[in-house]
Design a protein around this ligand. Structure first.
Ligand SMILES: NC(=O)c1ccc[n+]([C@@H]2O[C@H](COP(=O)([O-])OP(=O)(O)OC[C@H]3O[C@@H](n4cnc5c(N)ncnc54)[C@H](O)[C@@H]3O)[C@@H](O)[C@H]2O)c1
Ligand SMILES: O=C(O)C[C@H](O)C(=O)O
Length: 307
């Protein structure tokens, strides 16, 4: 399985590292426009192979898409990250052009590729990739919900004072500071609803902390996060490469599901060798439906900026 990661920056390199450490891919190609950067990151990562015990070959290239030929999966992380105080939506002016160009180049060299879009504003960049490429809708996936759900579980485990592995939960909706919808009603600790353990006030705090998870880290780091984003992307890549058929919330092109049309937004999907193999329609209550609708309106507004 050959995987391309475009953008050898913080998230791209972290993603390549996790893919290699999980050791399920034969080859990872890192591509960047900064001269020598992807080659350098690839060499540095390859020098961890004997230390971390993986057999994946990682190579780097400066802008040569012929090296990405016949990739089965490609991840787009190219573009600028936000700085403290910014929203993800403010990145659209620069990132839209980059994502459009990169997506077309990828498909030119790998017509059967499945694309995972990471660059922000991610839901709109995923929508842009759909409009630009016109690929079967299962082959373009936006990564946001897998990361937001991991942050939600982290915040829940803090509140519950238990290991994160005891917790299950999911965040749907837009990947934005206000649009995320952590499904507190459905979250569980070993099959018991977390509402049994935590007050409404505490759960509301967990929800708010989850929604601003990216902004909190951006403030601390001076740029946006990369370890959890890289790990989240690598989990999606693994589910495709190993046909695991795991369920993640991912930004998916909706055609009537959840009452939404012609929009990419985070909903639960099954990820396997064919990319998005199924959109899972879960039973939301009226309040959750209203919040998802509101989140979709905000994503639509950002999509409008593409014109
Ligand atoms: N969806 C998510 O959950 C999520 C999570 C984290 C970061 N992000 C987004 O991912 C993007 C990357 O973040 P980062 O921290 O890795 O940034 P970064 O600046 O560390 O890396 C971005 C890389 O993209 C490269 N690049 C720019 N234009 C390119 C082009 N046309 N072709 C190839 N490479 C190009 C740059 O040279 C740079 O190395 C940002 O837009 C960020 O907001 C999204
Ligand atoms: O917060 C950001 O801007 C990057 C990313 O979307 C994240 O959630 O970490």
């Amino acid at each position: 399985m050959k995987i391309t990661v475009v953008g050898a920056g913080a998230v791209g390199a972290s993603c390549a590292e996790y893919i290699a450490i999980k050791d399920f891919a034969s080859e990872v190609v890192l591509l960047d426009i900064k001269e020598g950067y992807a080659e350098g990151k690839a060499m540095d990562l390859m020098q961890t192979a004997t230390l971390n015990g993986f057999d994946t070959t990682i190579t780097g290239t400066t802008g040569d898409y012929s090296k990405t030929k016949d990739s089965q999966v490609a991840v787009i992380t190219s573009g600028i990250p936000r700085k403290p105080g910014m929203t993800r939506e403010e990145l659209i002016g620069i990132n839209a052009g980059i994502v459009k160009d990169v997506a077309s180049q990828l498909v030119k060299h790998s017509p059967d590729v499945t694309i995972i879009v990471v660059s922000n504003p991610m839901d709109t960049m995923t929508y842009l990739a759909h409009k630009e490429l016109n690929l079967p809708k299962n082959r373009i996936i936006g990564m946001g919900g897998a990361l937001d759900s991991a942050r939600f579980k982290y915040r829940l485990s803090e509140a519950l004072e238990c290991p994160a592995s005891d917790v299950d939960g999911m965040v749907i909706g837009g990947h934005s500071d206000t649009g995320m919808l952590p499904l507190t009603r459905l979250a569980t600790r070993n099959s018991v609803r977390v509402t049994e353990f935590l007050s409404e006030e505490r759960l509301s705090q967990v929800s708010e902390d989850t929604k601003v998870g990216g902004a909190t880290l951006t403030k601390l780091l001076g740029t946006s996060a990369w370890y959890a984003p890289g790990a989240a992307v690598s989990s999606l890549v693994q589910s495709i490469a190993c046909d695991q058929k795991k369920m993640f919330p991912c930004s998916s092109l909706l055609e009537g599901e959840y009452g939404l049309n012609d929009i990419c937004i985070g909903v639960p999907v099954i990820i396997g060798k064919n990319g998005i193999e199924k959109i899972v329609d879960i039973d939301l209550n009226d309040e959750e439906k209203a919040k998802l609708k509101e989140s979709a309106e905000a994503v639509r507004k950002t999509n409008g900026l593409l014109e």
